[in-house]
Design a protein around this ligand. Structure first.
Ligand code: ADP
Ligand code: ADP
Length: 231
């Protein structure tokens, strides 16, 4: 089964706004698929539906072959990692505690959580001895973003959803994070659905790019080279 499959998914909000209409999309395992399109075309709505923060009005979303509408919320938390623009770290918890959020929810032992959080901090380039006991306000924006990525990877999710993950940091840090993201993805090879409105970022990070128009209409779904070669 595809790690993520959307089948004829539509979303109409309570006020009547149709954000997504009849979107069908299959993601390839171990690849980064970038959703790109103008502001308001439904990108965040798609991610929020996959993560079950909101429900589709019609259609189905399958993660790892299972309908998310029927999935148990804790199981879903384990299967899906989620990284958003403003990270949303818990301000009164240390870096280690933040990274260990989902493992704690899953009832892992303290020693297993400690081992896993330190391994992840290494992976995202934050030395555990130096950064593990800090609080989010003692980090730079780029470092907070890395903690967000480590937290999302903590329980080894099947898929990683990233909503504009690098847009809140300044351009120089962004370029560095993008490079690190690529190296990280070569190591972990997650199935990633990444939303951006930045074509440059899409081409740098995407194995495939899904171009959306308004109402989540899928216009193109191509590898970056094919997209750039198109007239
Ligand atoms: P994008 O992420 O591509 O900018 P969104 O998914 O955030 O787009 O929004 C898609 C459309 O749905 C927009 O027209 C937006 O105004 C509308 N929308 C988003 N959230 C809501 C909501 N909670 N209620 C009503 N309309 C919404
Ligand atoms: P970046 O260029 O990555 O955004 P900054 O210039 O914001 O980094 O921070 C530079 C260094 O100072 C980083 O290693 C960061 O961890 C450290 N730092 C930033 N803010 C604090 C703070 N409030 N307390 C301790 N160290 C900090």
């Amino acid at each position: 089964a595809a790690p993520i499959r959307l089948e004829a998914v539509s979303k109409r909000y309570a006020d009547g706004t149709v954000a997504v209409e009849d979107l069908t999309l299959d993601l390839a395992a171990g690849e980064t698929t970038v959703l790109i399109g103008p502001s308001g075309c439904g990108k965040s709505t798609v991610l929020r539906m996959v993560n079950r923060l909101i429900e589709p009005t019609s259609g189905r979303i399958l993660v790892d072959g299972e309908d998310v509408a029927a999935a148990d919320p804790v199981t879903l938390r384990r299967r899906i990692g989620y990284v958003i623009q403003q990270v949303g770290l818990f301000p009164h918890q240390t870096v280690r505690a933040n990274v260990g959020t989902v493992p704690r929810l899953l009832g892992w032992s303290r020693s297993r959580i400690r081992e896993r959080t330190d391994e992840l901090l290494e992976l995202v380039g934050l030395e555990p001895g130096r950064f593990g006991s800090r609080y989010p306000h003692e980090l730079s924006g780029g470092q907070r973003q890395r903690v967000g990525v480590a937290r999302a990877l903590a329980a080894d999710p099947v898929v990683l959803l990233m909503d504009e993950p690098f847009s809140a940091v300044d351009p120089i840090v962004r370029t560095r994070l993008q490079d690190e993201f690529r190296r990280l993805q070569e190591t972990v090879r997650k199935t990633i659905l990444l939303v951006t409105h930045d074509l440059d970022e899409a081409v740098r990070l995407g194995d495939r790019i899904a171009v959306l128009a308004e109402r989540g209409r899928l216009q193109q779904y191509e590898r970056p080279a094919a997209l750039l070669a198109a007239p």
